[in-house]
Ligand binder design. Structure first.
Ligand SMILES: [Fe+2]
Length: 255
């Protein structure tokens, strides 16, 4: 990705040093551990026994396919559900999907889901006293183009409380899921916004050990995409592996 430290796809690294193509493992601390003391519910999720790998069969490695022809016309716009217009700060979130050498990853399904401007999800288990917005869909999806680009129009999500500890509030964030060419190729992460005052107490954000990797989850304000009298722009590139890999969650996580 990313974010605050931009990755220039033309040179392969954000530092400007050219590197030949090849596999470069991400540094230790790029991803959160399965169990994180400050994030209580991880104790209910991570495996307590050794994993038993299952062979990938034809079903998993060949489909389902997520071609652009399967998407609806306006699934990249979360702000016009049910014939009206969502309330809140309209934003454009865009970026590129890149491999470890900064090359574009085209034809990948990018899905997002998020809380509305008041910090509430349109989900039955989210019942805290903040209003739902009938015109905010809360979820969208697009397929990356030939340059690995994606783009959504949405509303800046609000912070929301959760029960991790007393007075716990999550920083504003958008959940991302990226599918590759088959069902078994799925990666999940979260995008944050610059200068959020709640980073200090968010165990999901802070569960990524490496500070530089953590920063790659933060989008960058993009004035070139900000549109006059319409919306603010934010850029969030996702790097699938390598030294600048975006931290990925170990499991699908709706917090
Ligand atoms: Fe969330």
């Amino acid at each position: 990705m990313t974010s605050g430290t931009s990755t220039d796809p033309s040179i392969g690294t954000s530092t400007g040093a050219w590197l030949p193509p090849g596999y470069r493992a991400e540094p230790p601390g790029t991803h959160p551990p399965l169990s994180f003391m400050g994030y209580k519910s991880t104790a209910l999720r991570y495996p307590t026994q050794a994993l038993h790998p299952l062979p990938q069969r034809l079903t998993e490695v060949t489909g389902p396919l997520f071609g652009a022809e399967r998407l609806g016309a306006a699934e990249d716009d979360l702000t016009h559900d049910d014939g009206g217009e969502a309330v809140g700060q309209r934003i454009i979130v865009h970026g590129r999907l890149l491999d470890s050498d900064g090359r574009a990853v085209p034809n990948a399904l990018v899905e997002v889901w998020q809380a509305n401007a008041g910090g509430r999800y349109r989900h039955v288990v989210d019942q805290w006293p903040s209003p739902l917005d009938p015109h905010f869909s809360g979820a969208g999806r697009v397929v990356t183009d030939s340059l690995g680009r994606y783009r959504f129009t949405t509303i800046k999500p609000g912070a929301y409380p959760w029960k991790n500890h007393h007075n716990a509030w999550r920083p504003a964030h958008i959940h991302f899921s990226v599918f590759g060419q088959a069902f078994a190729q799925r990666l999940v992460t979260q995008m944050y916004f610059p200068d959020d005052p709640l980073f200090f107490q968010d165990p999901i954000y802070n569960s990524v050990p490496d500070e530089r990797a953590r920063a790659r989850m933060i989008s960058a304000y993009d004035h070139d995409v900000t549109t006059d009298h319409w919306a603010l722009g934010f850029r969030f590139d996702v790097v699938l592996r390598g030294r600048e890999q975006t931290p990925f969650e170990s499991a699908d996580d709706d917090d």
